[in-house]
Design a protein around this ligand. Structure first.
Ligand SMILES: Nc1nc(=O)c2c([nH]1)NC[C@@H]1CN(c3ccc(C(=O)N[C@@H](CCC(=O)O)C(=O)O)cc3)CN21
Ligand SMILES: CC(C)C(=O)C(=O)O
Ligand SMILES: [Mg+2]
Length: 275
């Protein structure tokens, strides 16, 4: 037990134990101020490679590096104390071999203190999942719409719409679960398929554009806050308009500067008073 009195962070085995007991609420986080605000509300925070698109205005997730993901993951871990923090392995950091995946996953864990990694891939990547899990690195698998496959998919398109494709995705999820994945993210698939995979797996499914029946749900935080522009994916829902709050604050500040109502002497150093 810790000598500190604060409650312990949610662990990977605890997330697994939630299956069939209570839904898992997860969100993405890339930076400390947002992570700090989300921490108490959710069970899991994912430092997603979607930060390439959301945080760096890149067209896809392919060019973010292990070093950049490690820096974001470390910031999120430092800013939180409750949620289980998981980091996405970036494109090119794990597909070459299980050994490459282990080296990069280990450096992500060492650099940041996250509790596990997520990787995208079907049955061919299940061997990598097993290699990491057997060496002490919890793995969350990600199947269905895999954004790192944008070039082979020809865009961010829902997957598994034919019976054959749906069967393949079910087998992808099953292969990762059998290889020891602690959970499987199901993105952008048909609702019946999301339901069926959830019923078939012994570990939690976390859906994003999958099914209400999934054991948990995840969304990109900027999408629920109104911070990712006018267009959000069909599966997302805006729960607040922080964009409007921030826009108005910037306008109010700029107006105060121009009208010279900010700053006042109360904001200044070395102000001589009483003479
Ligand atoms: N802001 C944001 N939210 C996300 O959920 C997200 C990212 N960025 N970046 C990384 C990936 C990419 N994702 C995406 C991006 C776009 C669609 C999209 O536009 N889908 C279309 C339907 C696609 C089709 O089936 O043709 C949609 O209408 O939602 C889906 C997932 C999910 N992830
Ligand atoms: C949306 C989640 C599942 C993700 O992979 C990301 O944010 O990168
Ligand atoms: Mg991702």
């Amino acid at each position: 037990m810790s000598v500190h009195s604060q409650a312990q962070r949610v662990t990977v085995p605890q997330l697994v134990s939630f299956k069939g007991e209570r839904k898992i609420a997860a969100l993405t986080a890339y930076i400390a101020p947002i992570a700090r605000l989300l921490d108490e509300a959710v069970d899991m925070l994912l430092v997603g490679d979607s930060t390439a698109m959301v945080g760096y205005a890149l067209p896809d997730t392919l060019s973010i590096t292990v070093e950049t993901m490690a820096a974001h993951a470390a910031a999120v871990v430092r800013a939180t104390e409750h949620a289980c923090v998981i980091v996405d392995m970036p494109f090119g950091s794990y597909q070459q071999s299980p050994a490459q995946a282990f080296a990069n996953a280990a450096s992500l864990l060492a650099a940041s203190g996250v509790s596990g990694v997520k990787l995208e891939g079907g049955q061919p990547l299940a061997e990598t999942t097993r290699f990491l899990v057997e060496r002490g690195i919890p793995v969350l698998a990600h199947v269905g719409l895999m954004p790192q496959y944008v070039n082979t998919m020809g865009g961010f398109k829902a997957q598994g719409m034919t019976d054959a494709a749906a069967r393949r995705i079910l087998e992808d999820a099953r292969a990762h679960a059998q290889a020891g994945a602690f959970g499987v993210v199901l993105e952008g698939i048909s609702e019946p398929l999301g339901r069926a995979i959830t019923a078939a797996l012994p570990v939690p499914t976390i859906g994003i554009g999958a099914s209400p029946a999934c054991d948990g749900q995840i969304l990109v935080t900027e999408d629920i806050l109104g911070l990712s522009g006018d267009r959000i994916p069909k599966f997302a829902q805006r729960f607040a308009d922080a964009g409007q709050v921030i826009r108005q604050a910037a306008r109010d500040y700029a107006q105060s500067v121009r009208e010279e109502t900010f700053p006042t002497l109360a904001h200044c150093f070395g102000v001589r008073s009483g003479r």
